[in-house]
Design a protein around this ligand. Structure first.
Ligand SMILES: NC(=O)c1ccc[n+]([C@@H]2O[C@H](COP(=O)([O-])OP(=O)(O)OC[C@H]3O[C@@H](n4cnc5c(N)ncnc54)[C@H](OP(=O)(O)O)[C@@H]3O)[C@@H](O)[C@H]2O)c1
Length: 252
């Protein structure tokens, strides 16, 4: 039920963190994977790890803000593996943090384009390819920030990531009758290069915000992505699925 045999999946942000762990898990579960990110060497390293396990992976390095890159990724999936069933649009950027009065328009635009516009571009080319297969699973990585928690200093990140939930709901409603499910995955704090802590105390503080008193390993978030990608979630669409260690409900 959680297996992905015969499926083809695009994973963006596959060079690091949650995307890398998800690429490995999807491949372990039988999917052929198309890995995207800007750093070619890191993507190739993930593809090599996957190849060592006997699964198939191809890579394309580029910027998800670029419409041509979104189209080329889908063309690669179709050209190499014959179609597209799953897309995990997972790229994210926290960007400049601080009071909105000091946030530059350039930083705001960068966060919105990286986190939200990239999702629109991805969906625009992924959905027609999924329709060709008679269905599919489209997933966006959002966050609890801007959904259940208002975090000071994170306006651009929160607004752009919350926008993904609106996009998820509309696409789920538009494509449900054609066999495509669309969901957002909302991780809590996760131990990746994005979650850098200046001090041990800062890390302890963030861990303490979670009911489970720790942050996630990327492999734990990957398992929630697998749930959304696989038939295990066959009646789940339009959802904002929290995998957040209870950071949303915890009151210390
Ligand atoms: N870590 C957390 O605590 C946490 C919590 C909630 C939600 N999230 C979300 O989870 C997702 C994955 O984050 P992560 O924690 O795994 O962070 P990460 O390890 O920093 O990974 C981010 C990935 O995005 C790629 N990327 C960034 N900008 C890109 C661009 N313009 N074009 C193409 N690829 C780009 C990076 O690859 P390149 O550098 O090679 O381009 C990298 O593979 C993000 O959407 C993030 O917002 C993370």
């Amino acid at each position: 039920m959680f297996g992905l045999n015969g499926k083809v999946a695009i994973i963006t942000g596959a060079s690091s963190g949650i995307g890398r762990a998800t690429a490995r898990l999807f491949a372990d579960q039988g999917a052929k994977v198309v890995l995207a990110g800007r750093r070619a060497a890191e993507l190739d390293a993930v593809a090599a790890e996957i190849a060592m396990t006997g699964s198939e992976a191809v890579t394309l390095n580029g910027d998800v803000k670029d419409e041509a890159f979104a189209r080329e990724l889908v063309e690669l999936a179709v050209g190499e593996f014959g179609g597209l069933d799953i897309a995990f649009n997972n790229v994210g950027l926290v960007g400049e943090m601080g009071p909105i009065t000091e946030l530059s328009l350039a930083s705001w635009n960068d966060a919105v384009e990286t986190n939200l516009t990239s999702a629109y571009l991805g969906a625009k080319y992924q959905l027609p390819a999924m329709l060709e297969r008679g269905g599919g699973s489209l997933i966006f990585t959002s966050t609890f920030v801007g959904h259940t928690v208002g975090m000071p200093g994170m306006a651009a990140y929160a607004a752009s990531k919350a926008g993904l939930i609106g996009l998820t709901q509309v696409l789920a409603a538009e494509y449900g009758s054609q066999g495509i499910r669309v969901n957002a995955l909302l991780p809590g704090g996760t131990d990746t290069p994005m979650a850098t802590f200046k001090t041990a105390d800062e890390r302890k503080f963030v861990e303490g915000l979670h009911a489970l008193k720790r942050i996630a390993q990327p492999e734990e978030i990957a398992r929630s992505a697998l749930y959304l990608a696989s038939e295990a979630s066959s009646f789940t669409t339009g959802a904002a699925l929290l995998a957040d260690g209870g950071v949303s409900i915890n009151r210390l």
